[in-house]
Ligand binder design. Structure first.
Ligand code: BES
Ligand code: MN
Ligand code: MN
Length: 462
């Protein structure tokens, strides 16, 4: 056992208990009813950074939830690593589908996590993964082997679009100056197939509101003679994909980066079983854009999905009614070179143009962000690769993810540094879903791998 491994085994139960405490506070940024819990969580994170050996820790107020900033600057000639994470979580709904309450963490073994997994909202996304960095920092300061300067920036609005963090970053270039950004808020292929995320998709999120008649109508008296907003909206939405499942918005694919056959071949080498994928989701077949594999569809190809749709009568029994309004929330995942604001505009123009006479359409953009790709020849990637090699005994596979962390592209634009995405979650951890969980093994492995990144980064930086 090396020093970090023995430190972890000595402090394992405390590391777990501290995370469990952090997970008990429902820091749901989307729901203002939880405001005090979100603020309380920021304080807990602040205290944890102080205890981990940061010399300056502060709560930075924003127009929304605060950003917790901490640093330890040991030598101006050493490189500086900026760690980013988020302490806010997604709403736990639908709560009745949880096997145990989302904010009462329990540890139970699962198929993927025979040593146990911590079940709670935020266990993996992102409290558990963020806290690995706090504990790795504790190890490095407690044993006097911090090899770099460190800055922590932990925000409370990632799950709602990071709008205030963007302002904070733009206004604090000097404070946040760094050589590399390190984030654990993604996943890896499997515990015995380590991977490093090299890409994130961009995002455009819109809400549409369609209005027909000025009031709900009797569907017998008026049915057939006026446009039913739900009929019309669903027809419009259905027309957004063609028979090959390609998106029909004019210009949507104009800037999409097309990968070379060689790159696609390289991607296809990552281990993947279609059968277990389908089985895990209880589906008989996968579905998507013609000409692309499942792993391509969910990472290097853009998408358009309805996230929610409502209107009319949904109570018990039947009510014969033509509703006055229909609504939908629609997200588009974007790939490198697609600009989210341009795509949002293209969606709006197209959606308005296909609305028939007799209805009124409103498109309200929510939030969005650009995609991101990080090169694998940077010293940051090389240091991460060496760290995984040492901790896992295997060279990690570079892999693009389908998820989004919109602020990463903004970091590069404003702070001019690359981000390394060292995620330790699994797809089966059910982030954003009921029964979110994070493997105890993954949590501890993350704490073990992070100090190795610091060590190799400092070495390669020289
Ligand atoms: N941590 C996730 C993103 C993620 C998860 C990326 C797994 C790659 C692998 C993040 O918290 C998240 O949920 N992002 C949102 C976008 C955000 C603007 C709400 C997403 O991807 O839907
Ligand atoms: Mn996250
Ligand atoms: Mn999330």
């Amino acid at each position: 056992m090396n020093q970090i491994q023995s430190y972890i085994s000595e402090h394992k139960s405390r590391f777990l208990n501290e995370l469990i405490e952090l997970l008990k506070t429902p820091s749901i940024s989307a729901d203002s009813a939880f405001k005090n819990d979100v603020l309380k969580t920021a304080e807990t994170v602040k205290t944890s950074l102080e205890n981990a050996g940061c010399s300056k820790v502060e709560i930075c107020e924003t127009a929304g939830y605060p950003i917790v900033y901490g640093e330890k600057i040991i030598d101006k000639n050493l490189p500086t690593i900026l760690v980013y994470g988020h302490y806010d979580v997604q709403p736990p709904d639908p709560i009745e589908l949880w096997d145990s309450p989302p904010f009462e963490p329990v540890i139970k073994p699962t198929d993927k996590h025979p040593d146990g997994a911590i079940f709670a909202r935020g266990a993996c996304d992102d409290k558990g993964q963020m806290y690995m960095h706090v504990k790795a920092m504790e190890f490095m300061t407690a044993t006097n082997q911090l090899p770099c300067n460190v800055k922590f920036m932990i925000e409370g609005e990632e799950e709602v679009g990071s709008a205030n963090l963007a302002t904070f970053v733009k206004n604090n270039h000097d404070k946040l100056k760094n050589d590399v950004i390190l984030i654990s808020d993604t996943g890896m292929i499997a515990n015995d197939v380590p991977s490093i995320t090299t890409g994130l998709r961009g995002l455009s999120y819109v809400e549409v509101e369609l209005t027909g008649p000025n009031r709900d109508l009797h569907s017998g008296l008026y049915g057939g003679a006026v446009a039913n907003p739900i009929n019309v909206l669903t027809k419009m939405i259905a027309s957004l994909h063609d028979e090959n499942n390609r998106i029909t918005i004019p210009g949507f694919y104009d800037k999409v980066e097309e990968l070379s056959q060689a790159e696609r071949k390289e991607m296809a080498k990552a281990p993947f079983s279609l059968e277990s994928y389908q089985k895990a989701l209880d589906i008989e077949a996968v579905y998507g854009e013609k000409g692309y594999s499942t792993n391509e569809r969910n990472s290097i190809r853009p998408t358009l999905d309805v996230n929610g749709i409502w209107g009319g009568y949904i109570g018990e029994g039947a009510k014969t009614v033509i509703p006055s309004k229909a609504y939908a929330k629609i997200s588009m995942r974007l790939v490198p070179h697609q600009d989210w604001e341009e795509i949002t505009q293209r969606f709006k123009t197209h959606f308005e143009s296909i609305a028939p006479k007799g209805v009124n359409i409103k498109v309200n953009p929510h939030h969005g962000g650009q995609g991101y790709v990080t090169p694998i020849d940077s010293i940051g990637y090389q240091a991460a690769s060496k760290a995984y090699k040492e901790a896992f005994g295997k060279t990690p596979i570079p892999q693009r993810s389908g998820g989004s962390i919109p602020i990463v592209a903004l970091f590069e634009k404003e702070l001019k540094s690359k981000t390394i995405l060292m995620g330790f979650g699994l797809d089966s951890d059910a982030i954003h879903s009921p029964n979110e969980n994070f493997g105890v093994w993954n949590y501890l492995k993350g704490i073990e791998t992070i100090p190795l990144f610091y060590k190799y980064y400092a070495e390669l930086f020289k």
